[in-house]
Design a binder for this molecule. Structure first.
Ligand code: GSH
Length: 207
């Protein structure tokens, strides 16, 4: 196994968490480098695209969350070998990026502009994407997005659903997913209840 170092922010979510979780689930040793938000300014310029996550593979530095997810998914056995199933996995991961970017762009807006931008997203793009993603889950059998088993695609969707339902995004109703795409809430609950995943977050909480 190559020597791996995954750098992301110090919280259990976001663009870096699917890869982090996949590595844990695959039992793959890696350096889990967590940068506190307060220290980010000092690290930003050292990152290839001034953003995280970043993965170092035997010293080669690579960015872009979905590329990292695919690579790590292959190492961990959490990425489909079948091309079509891999395509379905990629489709949902990229759809989540289409949601992540506009939400991310609201983070540093002043309060009034943030309210306006988030209310617009909550009335348009977000429910549309949630509906489309839910339809893909149903088409794939209702349990997983691809390969009828857990893949990094499931982990990526779950992180978005968890974020939207957490209530940390002001002006974004935390019951939005429940109303528009209840199957994604069920999907999230099923993932959270998987013994290896539940044990991982229990360990995180205790640490
Ligand atoms: N396309 C990139 C986007 C990376 C990105 O925007 N990451 C955010 C965190 S989730 C970040 O580093 N934000 C800090 C900043 O922009 O200063 C990816 O998929 O990895």
């Amino acid at each position: 196994m190559p020597k791996l170092k995954l750098t992301y922010f110090d919280f259990d979510g976001g663009r870096g968490e699917p890869a982090r979780l996949a590595l844990h689930l695959g039992g793959i040793a890696f350096e889990d480098r967590r940068i506190p938000f307060k220290d980010w300014d000092a690290h930003r310029d050292a990152m290839p695209f001034r953003a995280l996550p970043v993965l170092e593979v035997e010293g080669t530095v690579v960015s872009q969350s979905n590329s990292i997810n695919r690579y790590v998914g292959k190492l961990a056995g959490l990425y489909p070998e079948d091309e079509l199933q891999a395509l379905l996995c990629d489709e949902v991961m990229d759809a989540i990026e289409d949601m992540d970017t506009p939400i991310g762009n609201t983070m540093d807006l002043p309060a009034e502009a943030k309210k306006k931008a988030r209310e617009k997203l909550a009335a348009g793009l977000i429910p549309h994407y949630l509906g489309q993603i839910a339809a893909r889950l149903a088409a794939a059998g209702g349990e997983y997005f691809a390969d009828r088993r857990l893949t990094v695609g499931d982990l990526k969707v779950w992180m978005m659903v968890r974020w939207l339902r957490s209530g940390v995004l002001d002006y974004m109703p935390k019951d939005l997913v429940d109303g528009v795409a209840p199957v994604l809430v069920k999907h999230a609950a099923c993932l959270a209840a998987q013994p290896q995943i539940a044990a991982y977050y229990a360990r995180r909480k205790a640490s």
